[in-house]
Every structure is written in C-alpha cells, then in structure tokens.
Design a protein around this ligand. Sequence first.
Ligand code: HEC
Length: 117
Amino acid sequence: MNRTLLSTLLAAAIALPSMAIAQAPAAPGDPNKGALKVSMCQGCHGIPGWRTAFPEVYRVPKLSGQNPQYIVLALKEYKQGNRSHPTMRGIAASLSDQDMADIAAYYSQTPLTTAAK
Ligand code: HEC
C-alpha cells in the first residue's frame, strides 16, 4: 500500500465519525428552550390577525397549536429556498435544526388563540 493511499484512508477514517455527528438528527424539541427563542417571531406571529406591511401586505399565519413537524418542515423549506417569502427565508436561515425543533415544540404546546377578526 503506498503512502498516498494510506493517508487518504486515514483521513477518511478520521472524517467519517465527525460527519456522522454533523448529520445526527436534532434532539427532540424542548418547549422551554423554544420559549426563549421565539421573541423575534412573536412580533409577527404572536398577534392574532396581524398583517405585515413588508415586503407586501401579508397575513401572518398563526403558529400556536400547529403540528410541530409542520413547523419544522416549513422552516426548513424557507431555509432551503423551497418557500420564497423573503422575510421568513432570512429568519429561517439563521436557525439551526435544534432551534427549529425547540421552537416547534413551544408553538405546538401553546394553545390556539381565537384570531381577532
Ligand atoms: C416580520 C414578520 C415575521 C417574523 C419576525 C417571523 N415571521 Fe414567520 N412568517 C411571516 C409571514 C408573513 C409568513 C407567511 C409567509 C408565506 O406565505 O410564505 C410566515 C410564515 C411562517 C411559517 C409557515 C407557517 C405556515 O402556516 O405555513 C412558519 C413555521 C414561521 N413563519 C415561523 C417563524 C418563526 C419560528 C419565527 C421566529 C424565529 C418567525 N416565523 C418570524 C412573518 C414573520
């Protein structure tokens, strides 16, 4: 076995376990941690019937009582660009998988409020 091949194999052996860690799924969401991470979301999502004025007048969907998998999926779609709302894309891009899981756990456990009409 030549040296180059050997060092390639060694590098792979070192890299593989850390790749496994990087790809490990996020731990189950913790609603208490989520509560600390939603302060910036509440300005839009915490007000029943709220509409944003930027980049266009838009009805903000309610998150309370929403299914946690749905919240995580929606956030990932914004982050990956599969959903195109510019504000939410910017926000989702700053969230880790763990942040998303915690936030989803928090919102799914807050009771649905009746939207003001
Ligand atoms: C500036 C206002 C604003 C802020 C701040 C904001 N959002 Fe949003 N969010 C919106 C709007 C508007 C939409 C609807 C966009 C669309 O139709 O794609 C949305 C959509 C969503 C959706 C998809 C809901 C659905 O029913 O499909 C999720 C999930 C979400 N936001 C989570 C968050 C979280 C978590 C935060 C904080 C980390 C946050 N948002 C902060 C305005 C905001």
